[in-house]
Design a protein around this ligand. Structure first.
Ligand SMILES: *Cc1c(COP(=O)(O)O)cnc(C)c1O
Ligand SMILES: [Zn+2]
Length: 418
């Protein structure tokens, strides 16, 4: 059988197991709490099938196909996701006072890390003969799903809060999706998408409850393990919304270490905005819950994260921690990343940089440690946000005089000297 490397789906709450061949989202045994399922693999089968050399040459995430929970007969729905660069970022490091590399996942096909997961989900949906895919999203998952649905020839209907940045509402429509802009928060859009999935039977990509979503996100961990095998970083830093991304990466890092492909694992640092800090609060044992999200980092503006459990396990198992940053810190990080290294991130993508600065100040990360920040999304979808952090354009008439006013008299005679 061709899904024989997937043993079972196991409930993270009660341990009940489910058949990986059926379409099931969460364990139905738990009222109120989501019984999130974990995909359990037969690593003997995977290890036998995985024959790609760990030589740093990563064209796309499908290098790790043996690890992905798709039928070996299924043709991947792909746009060249993953295989992103791990960049040296010395000027950024000097600014933050730490050895840092940036994994630039904004380079994915729709401009966001989520393509890793979407590619897997849409491959599974098409292979299962589904015609319609859906999800709720703060914007990026919607754009990502719409792109891959178009690639696969499936219909796509997505639910987003109407406040999502314009670019994230336009992009999925260019991909031909129906964009249902909900007059409400992401959390309300999410609940609606779940009701719709129940009544219409559309294939739901919602990351937290589709057990296969996190599995695609593991490939960022596989890539990082491969790219840093000679010098494993002390820390890997992510922003957290629902918590699936950091959990997925951790699972990928952990399994490569357990299989002996690499010697060790990094500690995970999860960063949240002060205004949307539920996972951070749960990790540190704060009981008072504020489930309203208020932050300009729209991609992580999640009031009730759906995967707090898996995210907190990733932080704890790796020996890492969580911290919060302000929106001003995030904007400052966005322009720092652009100015210092030529990387244009959206706020949620820049938040890890703000988190590293905070962690250095608090002594969580020490000067002699090494850090990888994963930039999860490109900034171009949300120029309005960035506009608050950059200076104005310099308006001039089309005359040399106006340039002279700006930069002083041109010194012609210096030409050719240097
Ligand atoms: C979705 C998203 C995140 C957070 O991922 P979660 O799985 O929700 O924690 C971070 N950055 C960007 C750019 C995203 O789109
Ligand atoms: Zn259960």
């Amino acid at each position: 059988m061709a899904l024989d490397h997937v043993e079972t789906l196991e409930c993270t709450v009660c341990g009940a197991t489910y058949d990986p061949d059926q379409i099931i989202y969460t364990c139905p045994e738990h009222d109120g709490v989501a019984g999130i399922l974990e995909v359990v693999y037969d690593y003997d089968v995977i290890h036998d099938r995985f024959d790609a050399p760990l030589d740093g040459d990563i064209r796309s995430q499908w290098k790790y196909q043996a690890f992905l929970p798709v039928d070996t007969e299924a043709t991947p729905v792909a746009l060249n996701e993953g295989g992103t660069d791990l960049l040296d970022t010395p000027r950024l490091g000097a600014e933050l006072g730490v050895d840092i590399n940036v994994k630039n996942d904004g380079r994915n096909p729709t401009g966001c890390f989520k393509d890793r997961a979407t590619s897997v989900a849409v491959t599974k949906a098409r292979h299962a003969g589904q015609d319609v895919v859906t999800c709720a999203s703060t914007g990026n998952a919607a754009a990502s799903l719409a792109g891959y649905a178009a690639r696969a020839g499936l219909d796509c209907r997505i639910f987003v809060p109407e406040s999502a940045p314009e670019g994230k509402l336009v992009q999925p429509r260019v991909y031909g999706a129906d964009v249902l802009a909900v007059a409400g928060s992401y959390d309300e859009a999410y609940d609606l998408s779940m009701d719709v999935t129940d009544s219409y039977g559309w294939y739901n990509r919602n990351a937290a409850i589709n057990p296969f979503q996190i599995e695609g996100k593991r490939t960022v961990g596989h890539e990082l393990a491969e790219q840093t095998q000679d010098s494993i970083p002390d820390w890997v830093v992510f922003s957290m919304g629902d918590g699936c991304t950091i959990a997925g990466c951790w699972k990928g890092l952990r399994e490569f270490a357990e299989l002996g492909y690499v010697d060790d694992t990094p500690k995970m640092l999860g960063v949240q905005p002060e205004g949307a800090s539920a996972i951070h609060d749960a990790f540190h044992g704060h009981d008072e819950v504020d489930d309203v999200a208020d932050t300009l980092a729209d991609a992580v503006a999640v009031g009730r994260p759906r995967n707090t459990l898996k995210a907190c396990r990733a932080l704890a198992e790796s020996g890492g921690t969580a911290l919060t940053v302000t929106d001003d810190d995030i904007l400052a990080a966005e322009t720092l990343l652009g100015r210092a290294e030529g990387i244009y991130a959206e706020p949620a993508g820049a938040a890890p940089i703000a988190g590293i600065r905070r962690a250095r100040e608090q002594g969580i990360i020490s000067r002699d440690e090494s850090v990888v920040a994963v930039v999860t999304g490109i900034g171009l979808k949300d120029t309005a946000g960035a506009e608050r952090a950059v200076g104005d354009v310099i308006r001039i008439e089309p005359t040399l005089d106006d340039v002279t006013n700006q930069y002083g008299t041109a010194k012609k005679e210096r030409r050719g000297r240097s």
